[in-house]
Design a protein around this ligand. Structure first.
Ligand SMILES: [Zn+2]
Length: 179
């Protein structure tokens, strides 16, 4: 049975939000039906996004969720340079909290006593908050990494490249401001 894209995964999130990419829509590329293992991963991410929404206390839009590489490489279309992105496995979402600056949202989530426990990476990424769960690249263990974004010119190619330097590794210590 085909997935009902309008159906809710959690109280506030629908399937269609995780199966959308502006770049793919612009290129006229449709998302394939996610296989069952990917669906299970998207459910995990939606539950975590729901948790983030509750902590932030604002509506959260999903800018990008699952980014399949087949039959069309939507991960690449979306501008990702990573071939091991958690998005490919449906284990990441780029969150856009309404009316909130990304650094403020990042700080709020990181300072929450337990939110980061199951998070592999939280990144201030291209105007969104990338939330990645443990994936193949992390050997399915949470690395608890908090990363920022910077642009560096490659001295060889002169191309400006995006980098996400590690800001720190989250450690459970409630009440301590980490950022
Ligand atoms: Zn992302």
């Amino acid at each position: 049975m085909a997935l009902d894209l309008e159906a809710h995964i959690t109280e506030n999130f629908q399937w269609k939000e995780f199966l959308h990419s502006d770049a793919a829509a612009h290129a006229g590329v449709a998302f394939p039906e996610p296989p069952e293992d990917i669906q299970a991963n998207i459910r995990k991410v939606a539950a975590k996004a729901e948790e983030a929404r509750g902590i932030l206390g604002v509506r959260v839009n999903i800018h990008s969720g699952w980014r399949p590489t087949e039959p069309v490489d939507i991960n690449k279309l979306a501008g990702s340079v990573s071939k091991t992105s958690a998005h490919i496995e449906g284990l990441a979402a780029d969150l856009s909290p309404e009316g909130m600056q990304i650094p403020d949202a990042l700080r709020t989530l990181v300072n929450h006593p337990t939110f980061m426990e199951g998070v592999d990476q939280l990144i201030n990424e291209r105007g969104c908050l990338h939330m990645g769960l443990p994936c193949k690249a992390s050997e399915y263990q949470p690395r608890h990494e908090v990363r920022g974004e910077t642009y560096i010119q490659n001295p060889k190619t002169k191309q400006v490249e995006r980098h996400y330097p590690l800001l720190f590794v989250w450690k459970p210590s409630p009440g301590v401001a980490h950022v």
